[in-house]
Design a binder for this molecule. Structure first.
Ligand SMILES: Nc1ncnc2c1ncn2[C@@H]1O[C@H](COP(=O)(O)OP(=O)(O)OP(=O)(O)O)[C@@H](O)[C@H]1O
Ligand SMILES: [Mg+2]
Length: 251
């Protein structure tokens, strides 16, 4: 099996701040891959570099073996990079269905009808039902988005990016601001995603969720990978404990 995503020697600085320093790792299909580390370590920056919001100063990025480092963000998303943000970005004043479909519709308007076909079909409804059930809530698609709790909105954002059939999902702090139950639901959703062969790159500060959900973990500190391995390997690593895990569990 070949990696979905490969990062090789990625560097990025903002003025004097080094946000990525020689970052190299890869993510396999169906793998839940955690990206952890202290505040300001460069986790979100790495997602921005992968999705094309920022350009790396140097380094290579491959998606299913194709070099994407020079591609604009919208092409990368069409090629199969889905993402969600630290705070949900949904359309206020619109109903849930429109919020879910907005990505697919925009893609279609841009001429990507083949891969992002209109999902107003039965397959769409079925897929959505499955995700919603795992995510632990039932919704009326015609309801206004304001009816959802913050936690439900964050989960909905994950589902929205899933409906575009990504090869890999970049999920930035899905459990931040969620209660324990919603956090577990979000993890169940990520496990379902992975079971379909989609890779998940996942940033999270809630260590119990990371350790119970990830197959592989990269630990960043000051833009550098200080450890990588299974949850057990990184949680026993002295440098990781000193830099990050020695402090409180959650933010
Ligand atoms: N657009 C930008 N301009 C200048 N500096 C930036 C920019 N984006 C990120 N940084 C800096 O890069 C460093 C890494 O930030 P990043 O947001 O990637 O951290 P993070 O690991 O996601 O942190 P957190 O856990 O707090 O979300 C920080 O010092 C941050 O201030
Ligand atoms: Mg961040």
């Amino acid at each position: 099996m070949k990696p979905v995503l490969e990062l090789e020697h990625i560097n990025k600085a903002f003025g004097g701040v080094i946000a990525a320093s020689d970052v190299t790792f890869s993510v396999m299909p169906g793998e839940i891959h955690g990206l952890i580390g202290p505040n300001g370590a460069g986790k979100t920056t790495m997602m921005n570099i992968i999705s094309g919001i920022y350009k790396a100063d140097s380094g290579k990025i491959f998606l299913s073996g194709k070099s994407i480092a020079e591609m604009p963000a919208h092409r990368r998303s069409v090629m199969g990079i889905g993402r969600t943000f630290q705070s949900p970005r949904l359309l206020k004043g619109a109903n849930i269905r429109d919020n879910l479909l907005v990505g697919t519709d925009v893609a279609q308007d841009m001429g990507y009808a083949k891969s992002f076909f209109s999902r107003r079909d039965r397959a769409f409804e079925k897929e959505l039902e499955e995700y919603m059930e795992i995510a632990g809530f039932s919704i009326d698609l015609e309801d206004d988005i304001s009816k959802l709790t913050f936690g439900q909105r964050k989960i909905l954002e994950i589902i929205r990016s899933l409906l575009a059939n990504p090869k890999i999902m970049l999920v930035d702090e899905p459990a931040a601001g969620l209660n324990e139950n919603e956090g577990e639901n979000a993890m169940a959703l990520l496990r379902l995603v992975a079971s379909k062969g989609i890779a998940v790159l996942f940033i999270e500060h809630a260590m119990h969720l990371v350790m119970n959900t990830c197959h592989q973990i990269e630990v960043l500190n000051f833009g550098k990978i200080i450890a990588s391995g299974t949850p057990q390997e990184v949680s026993n690593n002295k440098e990781v404990i000193a830099a990050y895990l020695g402090r409180a569990d959650d933010d």
